[in-house]
Design a protein around this ligand. Structure first.
Ligand SMILES: [Zn+2]
Length: 350
């Protein structure tokens, strides 16, 4: 309030323009460590070794990760808005549907928040780059963990639910942690210039995990096809989510359209920013999908426990934190090697 009252309302547009300045202090790819560089993105990088305040301020400047940060910040707000909307219909503390929605939304919330933080601050140093993107992988696996809870406790087929539910939370914790571990090891072991191999390991682990948590939902397609009066169009809200997730995976890994015209999509429109924007759309579809299934009675047979779901989250997050701590020696060694390499190749004058 003090900030707003310190100048006249008429000055607001010029104040905003003075904050949002394109290209402020950004540099070309050759001026940042190789580990920061993205294939076919030539400009718009933020230099390392600046004060933390610089990276905070870049939130309001245009650089090659502005869309990555803002799209997931908006997604975080969107999830909170959906949770608020859920709370108007379901009792999130006392109602079994509310418990499933809390379990599902928590993973989505952590996933988008950790991603926004990683993209905003990773340029601080090579060490922070490695640590923050491993935290980002933690966010991705928490998001998948939450999606798994949605698949089992909201969108599952009744018979598969009775078979899988007794082991589902431990199974979900294990696959989430294992995927996190594979992503971290791929980040540590694959050279920063060898994104292809790293993406293959990460996507393979995520694909196996996604297939496991999707089993309860896939069973609904089989059931529908075997039921004469059931139309597959009744599952369109779920089909759309699967299609969007598949397109997300393709956009994440193919560096398109920037590979067709390097440098042209540096600030807007490169593959990773499109991937983030599509994640925003996918999250909206998922939120709508779980709402549709609860309203139609598709979740009536489930019996979640909020205590068990929150305990599973606590176990998973503890396991991922311990894994990260156990890798700190390897992270430090990799960061030191990459920093020394950067010091030998960086331009001597700017
Ligand atoms: Zn990202």
């Amino acid at each position: 309030m003090m900030f707003i009252s310190s100048f006249k309302i008429g000055e607001l547009p010029s104040r905003i323009l003075s904050i949002i300045r394109p290209h402020l202090s950004t540099v070309e790819a050759g001026h940042v460590p190789p580990v920061f560089r993205e294939p076919f993105i030539l400009t718009g990088y933020r230099p390392p070794d600046q004060p933390w305040s610089y990276y905070w301020k870049t939130l309001f400047h245009i650089h090659n990760e502005s869309l990555n940060v803002w799209s997931h910040l908006l997604a975080t707000l969107l999830i909170l808005k959906h949770v608020w909307s859920f709370s108007q219909t379901f009792d999130l503390i006392e109602d079994k549907y509310g418990w499933s929605l809390v379990g599902f939304s928590l993973g989505c919330f952590f996933g988008t928040l950790f991603s926004a933080i990683a993209h905003q601050f990773h340029s601080k140093s090579v060490w922070w780059h490695n640590v923050l993107f491993m935290i980002d992988y933690g966010g991705v696996t928490l998001y998948t963990f939450g999606t798994g809870i949605g698949c089992m406790y909201i969108c599952s087929q009744r018979y598969v639910y009775t078979i899988m539910e007794p082991v589902f939370l431990p199974l979900n914790v294990f696959f989430s942690w294992f995927t996190f571990y594979v992503c971290c090891i791929a980040k540590l072991k694959c050279a920063s210039t060898n994104n292809g191999t790293r993406y293959i390991f990460m996507l393979a682990a995520l694909l196996v995990y996604a297939l496991v948590i999707s089993i309860p939902v896939f069973a609904r397609y089989s059931e529908c096809m075997a039921t004469p009066r059931c139309s597959l169009s009744s599952l369109n809200h779920l089909t759309m989510c699967f299609l969007l997730l598949a397109v997300c995976a393709i956009l994440f890994s193919c560096h398109t359209p920037e590979r067709l015209s390097p440098g042209r999509f540096d600030l807007v429109g490169h593959g990773h920013s499109l991937f983030h924007l599509l994640c925003l759309v996918t999250l909206s579809m998922q939120m709508e999908g779980v709402r549709v299934d609860i309203k139609s009675g598709a979740a009536a047979h489930t019996n979640p426990s909020l205590g068990n779901i929150l305990t599973a989250y606590a176990v998973l997050m503890s396991a991922e934190i311990l894994t990260l701590v156990s890798l700190k020696g390897e992270i430090a060694t990799k960061a030191k090697t990459e920093t020394l390499h950067w010091l030998t190749i960086r331009p001597k004058c700017r």
